[in-house]
Design a protein. Structure first.
Lengths: 182, 771
């Protein structure tokens, strides 16, 4: 079978040839210094320490590789969105490779520790869907405004607001009755 | 608890609140990313390859759910393919069979590991799509990627990420026989398969199947064209698929492409490509390409033909039929048009490249090629393909299942300076159909007879790849006086298969056992030849990071270790130097051809019975080669000494080798050794080599540029201004520059004569003059 190809625009060819000698490294370092901690925290909130470190490294590798196309749009929400995909890929591979053992290790283990009031909320959070959990984390841990949440999740600001509100509702419902009544 | 309280509690359980990234993360990120911008200077290719180092040096293999992938980001070495804009390794398993460019995405089918690679040409990101079947050919059409599958015969249609949880949606469309060709016609995908023309809708439903002896089917020049197994070219009705015109040309064509006014078909019986008029089928031009024409592509106004069995590409002006260039492209290239770039898929290697045809490419040396199949009295036959001039003659012996095409890059590079013969043992490729030699010793006898018959006398420098290494070793053991040296390229260790069988999974061992028949090279050619004649030997091993067994089965690391141990044992047996070639897979001649070329030319220089350049033919010939020690770091001192020795011996090849990509103010070229000769012949007075040797005898200075310390000769160059150069240094320079020359420096304000720079790690950084 012959390698075939369809006719296509190759506008990017010229871009490929236009080797950019600009001050890429300085720009990258600025971005890195500014956002490393935030990206690291983002990953730490969602993965085990080693996996988080891997993800952080990969996020900045992607930034570096794509510096010409990303340019100034590599702001924090963009970085979070990238980290989110990286972590998702990472989880898929982990699930593939380690399946159960991995999942067991990932769940927070509370055995041997006295149940604290916050634990109810912690537990309720883990019982939410990933989608709900993520919007809550983005709002309350990453401290993003709805428009920025939308940027990370690929939806409008309005939709992000709505998702957040519904997620918090569902979280409330899952809290034990005494917690709600308190 | 109200909403505000709830939010406050959630904030308080943030597991990473106030946390900072550790130093190890910082260091790691910076190291990994900066690797992309700060490769060591000597490894950064000059000119044409800069784009490659900038775009996609770091390849992260990103997982998509349906994949089995190692997602470790890996560093991709700079391309060794001249003219390459993009050069991406596709895993470690050779066998790229088809590729297509679609916008900014390159789709590449690697058949043996059954993976479709999706490569973003700007970022060099590689995504692997597991196909789970052997497939060839890639067509992008209707939002899907279409592949031809062989076992079972099928079309595989993939819509990336369209399935559940972003999985690939894969549709398998059964065919009546193996697909021979396929093309997009309007809203349909037409496939020639098993004596039928199958028409498939964009959604993957089969619309129509009609009997037809088509081999290839192509939509070009507003019509649909095909080749038939009987040797005809046919025109098909694009509505019904019926044959409307048939040209019986008596050719053996499989491919068709159209230039502006002609149809080009390949003819494997006459080793030609043929242009015919699309209206009458009349033959306009026939171009002999020196081997079996494989695929064709029109890029710009040029027709590119890949010649599979010689590993070369031929560039043809379709308006005149003139051959413009013959380009070495090791790895059994297939070509495809990729906009205004030439796409090359490497069938025998694991990579795909986009080449800018406007750039200088690695052309075959000019001069006749002695390519013949020598039939021997034993009934066996050996193919010999030789080019270039200069002693000793290099003999390239290929791996099991390979042929002369395996060596096209190495042969073109070495051929610029010495005679190089690639050979094919009886039974292989060009010598197919002839019985194989029963042992390495008999293969050596065959080879020597064939070389005599072909008029290719020794002395020889042997290069053997894989099991071909056994033949080289048997040659050196039996005829050491004819052998100037030996470079073994990832040679098969003697006991490898035995040890492999002890540790590999059962199904692999069974597969191995069934393949090790009487006719298998592994069975016949195995030798434990030592090195009784003390021939100089270098063994080049593949990089364990690019293990050919990588991921093939659990515990592949153990097999890799056995291979590496085997190489070490062989090195000890032969008294050889063993080097691991970083970044190279089993086919070092594709991944790092320069390393093989460097070793061969160094060995040739060392052992040449007839020097390639007559003694006394350079300006430094009469100078004293003795180097007076200076207080230098060891690597710098060693390089200084080596430069003086090479220059006083007029050894241009050695200078080229020492220099690597040393900067000259004189210009540059594809042939560094020739370049040295040229500057010496044409260079300004005082002549370059003489000046260089004299400079290196003068006191040195040091210059810092960024993080790099350069040791420079003469010391005058280390001063910012000529006015500050001490009198003793001016005096010392009079061996090269008289008072009026020095007046020129004074006017310019600084020393701008010849200078040599060596970095603290012993890299020869420059030899330049002028400002």
């Amino acid at each position: 079978m012959t390698p075939q190809h369809v006719a296509h625009e190759v506008a990017t060819m010229d871009e490929m040839r236009a080797v950019v000698h600009g001050d890429d490294e300085a720009a990258f370092r600025r971005l890195f210094e500014q956002h490393l901690d935030a990206v690291h925290r983002y990953c730490r909130r969602r993965a085990r320490p080693d996996d988080a470190d891997d993800a952080v490294a990969e996020v900045f590798l992607i930034v570096w590789r794509r510096r010409h196309e990303v340019g100034s749009s590599a702001d924090l929400p963009w970085l979070y969105a990238t980290a989110r995909r990286v972590l998702a890929n990472q989880r898929r591979s982990l699930v593939r490779r380690m399946r159960l053992t991995d999942r067991l290790a990932r769940e927070p283990v509370t055995v041997g520790r006295q149940q604290e009031p916050d634990d109810d909320i912690r537990d309720a959070l883990t019982r939410l869907t990933e989608r709900d959990r993520e919007v809550i984390r983005l709002s309350l841990w990453e401290d993003l405004a709805p428009a920025e949440i939308g940027q990370v999740l690929g939806c409008s600001a309005k939709a992000a607001s709505m998702r957040l509100s519904r997620a918090l509702d569902r979280l409330s419902q899952r809290l034990s009755p005494q917690e709600i009544s308190r | 608890m109200n909403r505000a309280e709830l939010e406050s509690v959630i904030r308080s359980i943030d597991p990473a609140s106030g946390e900072h990234a550790g130093q190890d993360v910082r260091r790691r990120v910076l190291a990994e990313t900066m690797e992309a911008s700060h490769r060591p200077a000597r490894r950064r290719p000059a000119g044409p390859l800069v784009a490659v180092t900038v775009f996609g040096v770091l390849v992260a293999i990103v997982l998509v759910p349906s994949l089995m992938v190692d997602r470790t980001p890996t560093t991709r070495p700079a391309s060794n393919i001249p003219g390459a804009i993009l050069d991406v390794p596709t895993g470690t398993v050779p066998g790229v069979r088809g590729a297509a460019l679609d916008g900014d995405r390159l789709w590449v089918m690697s058949s043996r590991d059954e993976i479709l690679y999706e490569i973003t040409i700007d970022g060099g990101e590689v995504i692997e799509h597991a196909i789970g079947d052997y497939a060839e050919g890639v067509t992008v059409f209707g939002g899907a990627v279409w592949l031809g599958g062989y076992n079972p015969a099928q079309i595989i249609r993939i819509v990336p990420g369209a399935g559940f949880l972003d999985r690939d949606e894969i549709t398998r469309i059964p065919l009546p026989g193996p697909p021979a060709g396929g093309t997009v016609v309007g809203n349909e995908f037409w496939v020639a398969a098993g004596g039928s023309l199958v028409r498939i809708g964009a959604d993957g439903t089969v619309l129509n199947t009609t009997a037809s002896p088509l081999e290839e089917v192509v939509a070009e020049l507003g019509a649909v064209w095909g080749t038939e197994s009987g040797g005809s070219v046919v025109m098909l009705d694009s509505g019904t698929g019926e044959v409307t015109n048939r040209f019986d040309l008596g050719l053996d064509p499989t491919r068709v492409v159209a230039s502006s006014r002609a149809l080009w078909v390949n003819d494997r019986t006459s080793n030609s490509v043929v242009a015919i008029l699309p209206t009458t089928g009349q033959v306009i031009t026939r171009v002999e390409v020196g081997g079996k024409p494989h695929s064709m592509a029109l890029v710009g106004n040029r027709l590119w033909v890949s010649v599979f069995d010689t590993g070369t590409l031929v560039e043809i002006d379709p308006s005149t039929g003139e051959i413009l260039r013959r380009v070495a492209m090791g790895g059994g290239p297939g070509v495809f048009a990729a906009g205004d770039l030439l796409g090359v898929s490497f069938h025998r290697s694991a990579r795909v490249a986009l080449i800018d045809p406007g750039r200088p490419l690695l052309e075959l040396p000019s001069g006749p090629v002695n390519d013949q199949l020598v039939e021997l009295p034993s009934g066996r036959a050996v193919r010999v393909r030789c080019l270039g001039t200069g002693r000793p003659t290099v003999l390239l012996e290929a791996e099991f299942g390979e042929g002369v095409n395996s060596w096209s890059t190495v042969q073109a590079m070495l051929g610029a300076r010495q005679r190089v013969c690639a050979t094919e043992r009886s039974g292989m490729w060009g010598a197919e159909g002839f019985p194989p030699a029963p042992s390495a010793e008999e293969a050596v006898t065959d080879l020597r007879l064939a070389l005599i018959e072909a008029g290719e006398p020794g002395p020889y420098l042997l290069v053997g790849h894989g099991v071909g290494g056994w033949v080289s070793r048997a040659f050196a053991a039996a005829h050491p006086s004819e052998v100037a040296g030996m470079v073994l390229v990832d040679p098969q260790p003697d006991d490898f298969l035995d040890r492999f069988a002890q540790v590999a999974p059962e199904d692999w061992v069974r597969g191995l056992a069934s393949s090790l028949t009487e006719t298998n090279d592994n069975t016949r050619l195995r030798t434990d030849s030592a090195n009784p004649g003390q021939v100089p030997v270098v063994i080049l091993g593949h990089d364990p990071q690019r293990s050919p067994w990588h991921g093939a089965f659990d515990g592949f690391e153990e097999v890799e270790a056995i291979w590496q141990e085997g190489l070490a044992a062989m090195a000890e047996l032969l008294g050889a130097e063993l080097t691991t070639v970083e970044g190279a897979g089993r086919f070092i001649q594709y991944d790092q051809p320069g390393v093989i070329v460097g070793r061969v030319s160094a060995m040739s220089t060392l052992t040449a019975t007839v020097p390639s350049t007559p003694a006394g033919s350079c300006s430094a010939a009469d100078l004293d080669p003795t180097v007076v020690p200076q207080d230098l770091p060891e690597p710098v001192a060693a390089m200084r000494q080596a430069i003086v020795e090479a220059a006083t011996e007029c050894d241009f090849s050695r200078l080229a080798e020492l220099g690597g990509d040393v900067r000259y103010s004189f210009g540059g070229g594809n042939d560094p050794a020739g370049f040295w000769r040229e500057i010496e012949a044409a260079g300004p007075k005082p002549l370059p080599l003489e000046s260089m040797v004299e400079l290196l005898a003068l006191p040195f200075g040091t210059v810092r540029a960024g993080d790099i310390t350069y040791y420079v000769w003469p010391r005058a160059f280390a001063y910012d201004s000529w006015a500050s150069v001490p009198a003793e240094d001016r005096q010392a320079l009079t061996v090269l520059y008289d008072a009026s020359d020095q007046e020129g420096f004074a006017q310019f304000g600084a020393y701008i004569g010849y200078r040599v720079g060596i970095t603290a790690d012993g890299t020869w950084a420059y030899f330049v003059d002028g400002d």
